[in-house]
Design a protein around this ligand. Sequence first.
Ligand SMILES: NC(=O)c1ccc[n+]([C@@H]2O[C@H](COP(=O)([O-])OP(=O)(O)OC[C@H]3O[C@@H](n4cnc5c(N)ncnc54)[C@H](O)[C@@H]3O)[C@@H](O)[C@H]2O)c1
Length: 262
Amino acid sequence: MRGRTVLVTGAAAGIGRAVALAVAARGAAVVALDLDAAAADVVAREARAAGAPAALGVACDVASEPAVLAAFDAADAIGTPDAVFANAGIEQNAPLAEFETGAWWRVLEVNLGGVFLTCREAVRRLTAAGRGGSIVCTASPAAFVGFAGGGNSAYAASKGGVAAFVRSIALDCAPQGIRVNSVVPGATETAMLLTGVPARARPATAARIRSAAAEQVPLGRLAGPEEIAAAVVWLLSDESSYVTGTHLVCDGGLMAKSANDF
Ligand SMILES: NC(=O)c1ccc[n+]([C@@H]2O[C@H](COP(=O)([O-])OP(=O)(O)OC[C@H]3O[C@@H](n4cnc5c(N)ncnc54)[C@H](O)[C@@H]3O)[C@@H](O)[C@H]2O)c1
């Protein structure tokens, strides 16, 4: 990744942070975008310590068009990003009849709208520079199967949209050498797993999730964010130079398994 500039959204925590540090360790410059500006700055510092020749934390709500444009402008201080990880996402769940309209649209505008704005800006700038590149978006198993826990309609719709969007723009971008793929992380040890869980209930909920993963995931455990990052680094790098329009499933075998046992 030496000589590359990698822009990561949702870079302050979880999978985004793991990717920012993994590409830094391979010599890439890093632009770390996140709603949480202070935490993005911390990741930029960590990236420099890990080996990035340059790293920048940028405050950005990926659902905001002006914020995304400003973040790419800020990235110019380091260089036009030629590898982009459109990863920022949120999850809010409720039974359909109780789903609040505002919550539904917020999930869609961050998870799908944010991916659109990030990818469009990346493609515009790579086109202006006459360069190819690699874009990876974060999908989810929810794009392909229903979650048994239920209440997941907005998140599932957003991630299904990401998967379809990736396929479609991969075709648009192929002639100019821009590859576009998605990563499909299974249940991964990040803050998102405990979204909406009150602080005092978190240790017990985390223990319950780990024990469910031990029973239900074929590999018998949750993923570490760095395991998802390894797949993303491969997609961002030239090692995957003939791969575009695909979904790389990293879920410990969960989607390969049917619950039917009769
Ligand atoms: N953790 C899992 O089990 C899992 C599984 C499948 C897919 N995913 C997806 O992986 C991606 C990363 O999730 P994670 O598990 O690392 O979560 P996380 O909550 O640990 O990190 C998400 C980061 O995104 C940032 N963010 C949220 N909204 C944003 C916005 N509007 N603009 C910019 N930044 C924003 C947050 O501040 C946070 O730093 C998400 O798209 C998520 O849907 C996660």
